[in-house]
Design a protein around this ligand. Structure first.
Ligand SMILES: C[S@@+](CC[C@H](N)C(=O)[O-])C[C@H]1O[C@@H](n2cnc3c(N)ncnc32)[C@H](O)[C@@H]1O
Length: 307
């Protein structure tokens, strides 16, 4: 697979009629010297006078904003997700110092910006979304980081030009119709002693089974499999990982994901059964997340199945 051909092809996404005007907005942003605070709200300040109206119009043109929040010179982008909650949950479980790090499904890069606090060797985000890449470019215009954003998907990871020491893959597995294949792709993207930190929806139970929603799950159309934790473990071991460690489990609260003025449409409160929030509107168990750490190698042994 020639990734440069794919990159070249995807660069054309920037000329789509919904994206091209946003790219023009990026070209006209003021060049300011901003200070960035890497805290729960990624906060940008500067000594110069900033045209806040222009910043706000630019940010609103790039809606919906899912991941954040951000504060740009006093403009608060109150994103649908308080992504700081997930980041703070996983924070005790990694140290990225001097590591080559990938965030697969990085959205607008919120976590990548925060990960700079560890001084990693390299940060690369993968997300095949022209809009989220544009949001990233907007924020990065002020942040001026050397984070690399690839318009590529997890399926391109085995062919990537370099391997990673640490891969985050948060909230992507349930979107894949072949989850074991996806886990194999993550495995192949790792260097010898690499680690993956992954989260996905799960259902309660000791049986090695997965829920396969008929149409949608929690009104999300592209959810294919929601495993029990033992089933998830089997998937990971079959993909070749040598160890599987459950780090955390959580239930998304109405405080963490909610409708704000920065998204159109509905949010979590509309996705759950109004009479019983332990169920989705479709009658399935309400979303719960499990966070796991996977390692590639133990005792020098690897055991990935061929495919
Ligand atoms: C549910 S969001 C999760 C965002 C973020 N990682 C988090 O956990 O908050 C799923 C993300 O995966 C991205 N995505 C879609 N297809 C993908 C693919 N083939 N490979 C990697 N990411 C993909 C979407 O654009 C979206 O940003």
């Amino acid at each position: 697979m020639n990734l440069n051909d794919i990159r070249k092809d995807r660069q054309k996404w920037m000329t789509w009629k919904n994206i091209a005007p946003l790219r023009e907005i990026l070209d006209n942003l003021p060049d300011v010297k901003a200070e960035v605070e890497l805290k729960d709200t990624l906060t940008f300040t500067c000594k110069e006078q900033v045209d806040i109206k222009l910043i706000e119009e630019s940010a609103r043109a790039m809606m919906p904003w899912r991941k954040g929040p951000f504060d740009l010179f006093g403009l608060f982008i109150d994103t649908e997700w308080k992504s700081n909650i997930k980041y703070n949950l996983i924070r005790p479980h990694f140290n990225l110092k001097d590591k080559r790090v990938a965030d697969i499904g990085c959205n607008n890069g919120y976590y990548l910006f925060r990960m700079q606090e560890d001084s990693p060797k390299k940060l690369v985000g993968f997300d095949p979304s022209a809009l989220y890449k544009t949001q990233f470019d907007f924020i990065n215009h002020f942040a001026k980081t050397d984070i690399v954003y690839e318009l590529l998907g997890v399926e391109h990871l085995p062919f990537y030009e370099e391997k990673f020491d640490f891969i985050f893959c948060l909230g992507v597995l349930y979107h894949r119709s072949d989850p074991v294949m996806m886990l194999k792709d993550l495995y192949k993207g790792l260097d010898e002693k690499g680690e993956v930190l992954l989260d996905t929806f799960y259902i309660d139970g000791e049986d090695e089974v997965a829920l396969t929603p008929k149409g949608s799950y929690s009104k999300i159309p592209n959810i294919y499999f929601v495993p029990t934790i033992p089933a998830l473990k089997n998937w990971c071991l079959r993909a070749g990982f040598s160890s599987f460690e459950v780090l955390e489990t959580s239930v998304t609260s109405l405080d963490e994901q909610r409708k704000t003025e920065w998204i159109e449409g509905q949010s979590l409160e509309d996705f759950l059964n109004p009479d019983d929030s332990s169920k989705t509107v479709e009658g399935y168990p309400a979303p719960k997340r499990v966070y796991v750490k996977l390692t590639k190698e133990r005792n020098g042994k690897e055991k990935q199945e061929e495919y």
